[in-house]
Design a protein around this ligand. Structure first.
Ligand code: XLS
Ligand code: NI
Ligand code: NI
Length: 437
């Protein structure tokens, strides 16, 4: 097959002083940090939908992307050809993983049966290419939001037949994930929410969603798929309110319906922004519940209220992310999936490389910074110091469950009233972090 990126050879690590735009300055895959290589820590994944299907249109203008290998048709042949190009890109970039929606990789046919056949034809190519290059599938997912049949939602559609269709589609997508040895499978509730509460029976819809997910878990067990199931929170867009609105809402839903054991969260920076949270907040909420599974590494524009899906280049952000990831002991099945697209103005094929290289370097720097902050120890020492009163005496007794209101009342009355003797030192902590950026 003719090369799609003839001007690009395998991207290699050249170090911080390199001026080569097609080289890594910080991502050194084999470099060991805290007992794992950088490649093992970061587990980068290329998102098929943005990198190979996004034509870079926006509500005001048509697509601008130049993709000479793509004939623009909906044929299976074009889809197979595109898949081969995707693997040329992923291999040259050196990303160990990729991720896709079923409808990114293969076109819809005239019926579900034909659509499934189309998918099978492309999955054959994906499998060959995975074997040829050693690239692995981080996660797969089903697109339950583009086709008009899903306009009222999929698992939460008021129309039972749509629920049925979505179930069949997800069943097939889980089979494909299994076939391709995926490390995970993601559920993003693209239209699982509402535009108006006047026409929505929310309780019923949430119960349907839980039923749907239970059926998915049962099927996963039935076929022996070992990958992790993720829920991806997002508060809005395309709907006004999505049920999986943020990490806390997802955890509450999973707990209420007895699904917490079977799901982790896939958190996305731009979605945290839309929810009015920092990504650090979302990561801490998920990690505290033992449910931080995977990350969609992107960033939004703070001045725009939608999912702009930009590549992450902010070192402060990547340092925060990697601090949480290191604190939880690293990813297991998850990784850093670039759910990000180049800007409409960045329409050349080579921009796809620039974007990924820049983001991989930014996250590699985040990893190095986070590890240095941990080795330095001042941040952890100051944080632990704030909780010193819980380590001994009455604090330790409360944490051990040995006290009640009666014993605490007695303690309070027989001891001097407490005084605040420890400052929060917020500005000091912020300055310490800056020493490493
Ligand atoms: C959309 C979501 C989507 C999921 C996969 O905003 O981020 O791309 O990651 O369905
Ligand atoms: Ni995403
Ligand atoms: Ni998104």
């Amino acid at each position: 097959m003719k090369s799609a990126f003839p001007e690009v050879t395998k991207i290699s690590y050249e170090g911080p002083s390199s001026k080569n735009a097609l080289a890594f300055k910080h991502y050194d895959p084999a470099k060991v940090i805290e007992n794992r290589t950088m490649a093992e820590h970061l587990r980068f994944s290329v998102a098929y939908w943005h990198t190979f299907r996004n034509v870079l249109g926006d509500p005001f203008g048509i697509g601008t992307a130049i993709r000479p290998w793509d004939d623009g048709s909906n044929s299976v042949e074009n889809a197979c050809n595109r898949a081969r190009v995707a693997f040329e890109f992923i291999e040259k970039l050196g990303a160990p993983f990729y991720a896709f929606h079923d409808r990114d990789v293969a076109p819809e046919g005239a019926s579900l049966a034909e659509t499934n056949r189309n998918l099978d034809a492309v999955v054959k190519v994906l499998k060959e290419e995975q074997e040829r290059t050693g690239t692995k599938l981080l996660w797969a997912t089903a697109n339950l939001f583009t086709h008009p049949r899903f306009l009222h939602g999929a698992a939460t559609s008021p129309n039972a037949d749509v629920f049925v269709y979505a179930a069949a589609q997800v069943k097939k997508a889980i089979e494909v994930a299994h076939e391709l040895g995926a490390a995970g499978y993601t559920f993003w509730g693209g239209r699982e929410g509402y535009s108006s509460l006047w026409n929505t029976d929310m309780k019923r819809e949430l119960e349907h969603l839980a039923k749907f997910l239970h059926m998915a878990v049962d099927y996963k067990k039935q076929i022996g798929f070992q990958g992790t199931f993720y829920i991806e929170p997002k508060p809005k867009e395309p709907t006004k309110h999505q049920y999986d609105s943020d990490a806390a809402a997802c955890l509450n839903f999973l707990r209420e319906y007895g699904l917490l054991e079977d799901f982790k969260l896939n958190l996305e920076t731009n979605h945290a922004t839309l929810a009015g949270h920092s990504m650090q907040h979302e990561c801490e909420v998920a990690a505290a519940a033992g449910a931080l599974g995977s990350l969609d590494a992107n960033v939004g524009d703070e001045l725009l209220g939608w999912d702009t899906d930009q590549f992450p280049t902010n070192i402060y952000l990547t340092t925060q992310l990697m601090l949480t990831v290191l604190k939880m002991g690293g990813f297991t099945s998850g990784g850093l999936n670039f759910d990000a697209k180049v800007r409409r103005e960045s329409f050349e094929p080579v921009d796809l490389f620039y974007a990924h290289i820049g983001a991989m370097d930014a996250l590699a720097r985040g990893l190095k910074n986070a590890s240095a902050i941990r080795a330095d120890g001042r941040l952890a020492e100051l944080l632990n110091g704030r909780y010193a009163s819980w380590k001994t005496g009455i604090g330790a007794a409360i944490e051990a469950g040995k006290e009640d209101f009666n014993s605490l009342d007695k303690h309070a009355l027989s001891n001097p009233d407490p005084i605040q003797h420890t400052s929060g030192h917020q500005e000091l902590l912020e300055s310490i972090v800056n020493e490493f950026i």
